[in-house]
Design a protein around this ligand. Sequence first.
Ligand SMILES: [Ca+2]
Length: 499
Amino acid sequence: MKLLTKITLGAFALPAMQVVAQTTKPNIILIMTDQQSYNAISAHADMYGGSYFSTPNIDRLAKEGISFTRTYCANPVSVPSRFALFTGMFGGQYGIRENQCAEADETEVRAMLAQNGMGAVFNRGGYETYYGGKVHLPFSAKEGKSKFAAPAGYGFETYFTDDERDGLGVAAGKLIEEKATQPQTAGSKPFLLVASFLNPHDICLESSTNLSSEVIGKKEGKKSLITQCVRQMRARAAAIDSVEFYREHAPALPFNFAKTDGFPDMKKSPYKDFPDWYWRKYRWTYGQLVALVDSHIGHILDALDRHPELKRNTIIVFTSDHGEMQGAHHTVTKNLPYDECQRVPFIFCGRGIAHGERDNSLVCNGTDLLPTICQLAGIPLPAKTDGLSLADRVLGRGKAPQRKALYTEGDGFLNVISGTNKYTLFDGKNSGEMYVDLKSDNGELKNIISGNEAKAQTLKSFIPLEKLKPLSAKVKKEKVEKNAKRTEKQTGKVQRKGH
Ligand SMILES: [Ca+2]
């Protein structure tokens, strides 16, 4: 991949010069992980019984800032979730509810990106804009639907590294060093820096091995790095005596390990039939991958600590695109209407933000991030977003906006959370409805739609069905064919294995 770069080399050689005056606008650093659940932060262990995570660096953010502890992602799948995070808009209205976004129309999306693309918004607001790491944004290049090119389509001026791991943390740290040592002049601009880390997403490879002792890399390059990472985690587990491993290290099964009573039938079962020991090992591996990405984030925070003057004028935001099922209901990974994969961390810290606060208002990181950071930066919001600004709450000037109901999307379902109730309408290749009472059943173990039809209907009314872009017959046909091919391939594999 060709990297766009405007980074001045040799900035370290600059003499320490007098810093003239801090710009009045704060720098914004957005740190993202991929597939990190809301409960996967050790600083929040007191809120979630049985936390098995160690995240000393993310804990620094939680302790120095405010956590929105009831944050849902716009869609628990990468591409549509990231689309929302970087535009403030739900993807469903643009035909972006799944990773393929096959139905999205380039002209329509690009017109919106010109207004709402995070980089474009901040450029207009007088910021320099930097992006590093995982992209996975639809229409990321200047032309076409590419999801992996430098995020120029969203207006980012500089893609400073495509490394998604340790190298991203180091490169972002260097960029901070450069910014801190550059002489400030009247024309100096504040910056927006995005550091988008891949992990703990490598857990997807672990779950897809189906207990095989072999971790096979499909391709060279990034895929082989994933393979190497999971192999390392397995070697780490193997180095511990197995009795000790399950006694001292592997977390217990989740409290909501049981399948949900009354969960609608799925054409493709979401359940995994792993033995209990493997579920515990899976959860341990997930915890290790969370700790790994936490160590990568540490490079950025250390760089800020080395430059307190720059840090004083910087706001850091931390979040993730979606969570991970972690074995809840016998399931792995994402795209299910459960809190494990729908709820994510959302933390703000830095200039003007009180330390160690928590707020449990219903929030959507996907739609609310852009309006919030615009207000924090004191720059104009795009004319239209689907979200609400949390800036007054972040800065201690008022309450967070209180939603009657929060609508979110999925690849194959739509749902609404209101108070302590959650309603889900399956509208993809599966059908059915689910209604859970999170107050009496926070593990989402019982679908109580039967007997609660009227309440469910009230929540359903918040789904903007008329706005959603329907899949065309052509795309539907292609999807069916693709799924049939995949099933055929998998069946073939199983048969070959049997021989
Ligand atoms: Ca993801």
